[in-house]
Structure formats: structure tokens, C-alpha cells
Design a protein around this ligand. Structure first.
Ligand code: GLV
Ligand code: MN
Ligand code: MN
Length: 395
């Protein structure tokens, strides 16, 4: 039988690594991230699994025969919530442990590394799935200029060979919704139909650093003014090509030299956009590109574009999705829905290797990627039960 007390205790134990108020600070390869992975490895061993880190720091708990793979990620955003990723990993662990106590079926567990994109977009599962080569990923940098190759040295002797995906029959990821839909409708479970696609790149605009008192406005090549003009124009123009589901975000900005008496010579910012339709992602890219060039020329700025990172939209596997829907109807009759995922997940990458499916539980007030992120205990447990049902483990 699923042990919900053990499940909730383990979820809170994982929360203690990098705890910060109600949230967590557990970025990929940081000291709390590695400490939490070592603890997870010990829990996997206690559940009868063989813990195994690959060269990216993806942590697998391997069953000794072909099995379903369950899990998510345990790294966090720079300031993140306690459930994003953690829920799927601890639920997987509980189900594997229950399966061991019940004498089957075989269940393997994974906590992917850097899902939260310190080095890009879902980096650990991107490399494992072959979406991005290790060599290419190693050259990616975080916002402080540290390369992935440098950061992953912190793994030390943990890093071992790649796990062969052919031993897994499919992958199911339980996650918090991270949006308002389930909370607003009062429903307990979302069974995911598809995951949106994403594009993400770093843009640098360079002008001329100069004196803020003596440089006439008409002569300035102010990179920050360029960014604000770009943002305003972009918001107006994208509205012509998007749907209410399309989103775009400038989430990281660094202004140089960032001093009150200096006309900023450079801005470096992240430009991210998401949509379920690859064509629309391309149309959005075109608008972004044209607007950047127009603004750069009006403000006398140069443009440097970082690599365009991205993942395509993916549909969930029909058979696994039906197993989740049957479980949802058993656990929460009439209280579930089928829905798309606007957040990205490791499942997108894993879909290159095997059938995948996902399910959501509500996020209170739709808040995530923030310390306030939370979910009612009853909903956490409902998600665990639906996942166990789909995995064929008695609930
Ligand atoms: C994953 O955390 C995302 O950004 O959707
Ligand atoms: Mn996540
Ligand atoms: Mn996240």
C-alpha cells in the first residue's frame, strides 16, 4: 500500500535542502542540489533500486529488469518553489518503494539535472535524450558566465556513463500545474494532452557608454533605451500574430555598467517565447528579429544573438494517457480534466526515446517559480494515487 505519511515526510525532507522561507534555492550543481541528490540516491537504494549518476548529474534509481520510469527533477529556479519537480521525484520514489514491498511491478526513478535551465532549457534530459550533444551543452554558460563543463565538475566521482534508455518501457511525470486552470475550476487532476514548444536566446545590444551629465540626448547610443523601446514595440506587434495561449518573456536583464551617472553602453537580456504551434513560434521569431533590427538602427546599437535554444511541442502517448485518465476517474471521479501544459518539462525530451505521459495537481492561486508556490496536501496525495494507479502499483 502507498504510504502517504512517508511520501509527505520525504517531500518535506527534500524541501529542507536549500530551504529559503517557504521556498527553495537549489540551483543545478550547487551544494544543496548535490546534497539533495546524495540523499535521494540513498533513498533509492533503500527502495531496492541501483542509484546511478550520469555525466550530467541526472540521477537514476534503476530496477534490475525492464521497467516503467517515473520521476521529474529536483533542481530549482534561482528562487523557486518547493514542489516544482520535487513532487514528481518523491512520488516516483514512494511508488517504487511500495512496488518493492508488494513484490512488483519493477519501477525505476529519475531526477533529471538542470530542468530549470541554469544552462539553457531542460539541460539534463536534453543531453540524455540526444536532443543536444554533451559537447555542445558543455559550451553553454549561465548568467554569470560559468560554463556547464565547469559547473558539472562539482559532480566529481559521482559522474558515470549514460543510462541505456532501452530498459524503460515508458515515462510518466507527475508535476504541479504551475498555472491557474485547476485551482480556478476546483478540479483535482489534470491529465496532460500535449506540452507547448519554446524558443529562448540571449540578446546583447551594444551602444556607447558615456557621461550621463554631458552627453546630449540626441547623441546618445543608450542600450537601455534601446531595450525599453524594443519591449514596447514588441508587445504591440506580437499581438497581431499570437493567441491567448502564446507567451513571451524578458526575464533576465543585465545593464552595463549599471551606474546612475553613466549612459548604459550595453544590455544583455533573455528573450523567451512559447506556443503550442511550431508555425506560430516561427512567426513570433520573425517579429522579434525585425523589431530588434529596427530598434537597433534607430538607436545606433549593435546586436549580438546567442544560440537559439528550443524544444518542439509534443503530444503525450495515447495509451499511457488513457491509463492516467482511468486512474484520475478512480481517484477523483468527475474532478479531473484533460489539458495542455504551458510549462516545459523533461517529458518533452524523454518523448524522443519512449512513450511519455504527464499529470498535474493544482497550484494554489496558480503561483509557481516563486517562494509562495504550494498545493493542498489532499491534492498532492491524489496525484500520487493516480500515478500509482497508472503504474500498476496498488493504491
Ligand atoms: C520549466 O520550469 C519552465 O520554464 O517551463
Ligand atoms: Mn518543473
Ligand atoms: Mn520549473
Amino acid at each position: 500500500m502507498i504510504n502517504t505519511t512517508r511520501f509527505l515526510e520525504n517531500l518535506h525532507r527534500l524541501r529542507s535542502f536549500g530551504a529559503h522561507g517557504t521556498g527553495v534555492i537549489r540551483r543545478a550543481y550547487s551544494e544543496p542540489d548535490l546534497a539533495s541528490r546524495d540523499w535521494l540516491a540513498s533513498q533509492m537504494a533503500a527502495a531496492g533500486l541501483r542509484p546511478h549518476f550520469d555525466a550530467m548529474g541526472n540521477l537514476f534509481g534503476l530496477a534490475d529488469q525492464p521497467s516503467l520510469l517515473l520521476g521529474s527533477h529536483s533542481d530549482s529556479q534561482p528562487t523557486g518553489g518547493w514542489l516544482d519537480g520535487a513532487l514528481g521525484v518523491i512520488a516516483a520514489l514512494e511508488i517504487a518503494q511500495t512496488a518493492q514491498e508488494n513484490g512488483g511491478p519493477a519501477i525505476s526513478v529519475v531526477s533529471f539535472q538542470d530542468e530549470e535551465g541554469r544552462f539553457g532549457v531542460t539541460t539534463g534530459s536534453s543531453v540524455w535524450s540526444g536532443q543536444v550533444s554533451q559537447e555542445k551543452a558543455d559550451g553553454l554558460t549561465d548568467s554569470d558566465g560559468v560554463t556547464l563543463a565547469e559547473a558539472r565538475q562539482a559532480l566529481g566521482s559521482r559522474a558515470q556513463e549514460r543510462v541505456d534508455p532501452s530498459q524503460f518501457t515508458g515515462f510518466i511525470e507527475l508535476h504541479i500545474e504551475q498555472g491557474p486552470t485547476l485551482d480556478a475550476s476546483g478540479q483535482q487532476i489534470g491529465v496532460v494532452s500535449d506540452i507547448v514548444g519554446i524558443r529562448d536566446r540571449v540578446v546583447t545590444l551594444s551602444g556607447q557608454q558615456n557621461h550621463a551629465g554631458t552627453t546630449p540626448m540626441a547623441l546618445r547610443r543608450d542600450a537601455f533605451q534601446g531595450l525599453t523601446a524594443f519591449n514596447a514595440l514588441l508587445n504591440a506587434r506580437l499581438r497581431n500574430v499570437v493567441t491567448p495561449q502564446s507567451v513571451w518573456t524578458i526575464g533576465h536583464v543585465s545593464v552595463s555598467p549599471n551606474a546612475s551617472s553613466i549612459v548604459p553602453g550595453q544590455v544583455r537580456f533573455s528573450m523567451q517565447w512559447r506556443d503550442g504551434d511550431p508555425e506560430r513560434l516561427m512567426r513570433m521569431e520573425k517579429v522579434i528579429d525585425e523589431t530588434l533590427h529596427e530598434v537597433a538602427s534607430a538607436h545606433g546599437l549593435e546586436i549580438e544573438l546567442g544560440p537559439l535554444l528550443g524544444l518542439e511541442p509534443v503530444e503525450m502517448d495515447n495509451a499511457l494517457r488513457v491509463r492516467l485518465e482511468t486512474g484520475a476517474e478512480a481517484v477523483a471521479p468527475g474532478q479531473w480534466r484533460r489539458m495542455p501544459s504551458g510549462a516545459l518539462h523533461d517529458a518533452t525530451n524523454v518523448a524522443r526515446l519512449m512513450p511519455v505521459a504527464m499529470l498535474f495537481v493544482p497550484s494554489i492561486d496558480g503561483i509557481s517559480h516563486a517562494f509562495e508556490e504550494d498545493t493542498d496536501e489532499a491534492d498532492l496525495v491524489a496525484g500520487l494515487r493516480v500515478l500509482a494507479h497508472a503504474a500498476g502499483v496498488g493504491i
